[in-house]
Design a protein around this ligand. Sequence first.
Ligand code: PGA
Length: 252
Amino acid sequence: MREFLVAGNWKMNGSAAGNEALVSGIVKGTPDGVGYRMLVCPPFAYLSSVAGLLKGSNIALGAQNVSQFDSGAYTGEISPSMLKDVGCEFVIVGHSERRAMFGESNEIVAAKFVAAQGAGLLPILCVGETLEQREAGTTEQVIDAQLDAVLDAAGIGAFEQAVIAYEPVWAIGTGKTATPEQAQAVHLHIRKRLAGHDGELAGRVQILYGGSMKGDNAPGLLGMPDIDGGLIGGASLKANDFLAIAAAAARD
Ligand code: PGA
């Protein structure tokens, strides 16, 4: 059975004092139960300090972005091996905000995915359609192109050590969540696309949902057969909100 991953994407939020309160709240309130794991992805500036705050817990640390390059003259960039060095296990690649605002193409995202794995990080590959694409009926084509760029660059075997996050752009930070049925349909499509390459492996890949996930809608989403957790923005910034989603993922 696939485990749930409850991943907090803090985006460009936080402060030294605020992070301390948030992480201690999450650590103290970690729900009992099995079958799930929590992950927090703070901004780069706080990775080391949050790594310290997480010591002794089993909450994982991840980054929100990474360079596709290994080292050298790339002012302002952070390499995969640096993330590994400061204690990251995961890194988000291809978040829609990076695709839309920072010009990350499918090819750049694929290069980041490959570089992250090269350093031993688990990439969380974000895919998802805009509202216009959904309304034009091209959701599956958009997601296929996003997935195929990574499949071409890394091969299906790479998904053994990766997570996918389906994040409909129209649901991110808008309070509009995909219904469990809408999300499940796309998750199943993603799994089938991977199964076209390797059915057994496709059955093991964790596929998270992201987009206005909260404590009250998490049980419905996590109850769907192909939804294996959440990538959570807004609701990961308050310990109780994040813990409510973790509680929905915990099994007896
Ligand atoms: P949201 O963000 O939960 O605030 O909608 C999700 C994300 O962008 O990862």
